[in-house]
Design a protein around this ligand. Sequence first.
Ligand SMILES: Nc1ncnc2c1ncn2[C@@H]1O[C@H](COP(=O)(O)OP(=O)(O)O)[C@@H](O)[C@H]1O
Ligand SMILES: [Mg+2]
Length: 246
Amino acid sequence: MEDLKNREPILKIRDLRKSFGTHHVLNGFNLDLFEGESLVVMGKSGSGKTVMIKCIVRLMQPDSGSIELMGKDITRIDHEEMDILRTKIGFLFQGSALYDSMTVRENLEFPLRIHKEKYDQKDKLVKEALESVGLLGAIDLMPNELSGGMKRRIALARAIILHPKIIIYDEPTTGLDPITAKEIVELMKEIQIKYGSSSLIITHDVDCARVISNRMILLIEGVNYVEGTFKELVSSEDKKIKAFFK
Ligand SMILES: Nc1ncnc2c1ncn2[C@@H]1O[C@H](COP(=O)(O)OP(=O)(O)O)[C@@H](O)[C@H]1O
Ligand SMILES: [Mg+2]
């Protein structure tokens, strides 16, 4: 990972700003995600982590700043180009967010429906994604028949169904018991290796960060307050940094 700085990042955020009225959430946030790495962004609840992700997928318009995804500034491209880029990103949203009235199979087919050529191979893609999370046997179940950990796995299968270059995780372990959370983190590592993807992981789970991160950013008061490896940050004497690792 040492030569990262010489490479062009596949996701590059510069001077991102977003306020809600007088509430300044992002105050000039910067981020580089390099190919093959697992970058963890840690921030307190309400610090703007989800807002940042929403800006990346264009669910939210930033006030200013640029977000370059694979060389394209997503704040400036049209909807068609954005749709193409979205197929290269997988999302695991906070919570899991499966459709309760659809079977597991239907939940996984959902992201394929707008891609004709992918839709034609849907059976193969669904089964492959379910195998990757070890839940092929759950294909015909309804979400209410699944445990919390299984739901999270299915949501992960849905996120990787199009073999994304980048996987963005919003609080992947929140709401799970410690053992299940550990299993999900291990699975995230396996997926990263199997698919050769890059991961952006938003979390406040210190154990998750320790296991998964190559590099970390702490989001404090709307900016990337500090960057470094888990080891570097955990041994910092800075009060604001220490507060994360208590
Ligand atoms: N659509 C919105 N309108 C007003 N305030 C919002 C909106 N979305 C987020 N916020 C505020 O922005 C702050 C950051 O939210 P969020 O990114 O969800 O935090 P977190 O770091 O926990 O994911 C919170 O104080 C939240 O209330
Ligand atoms: Mg959030």
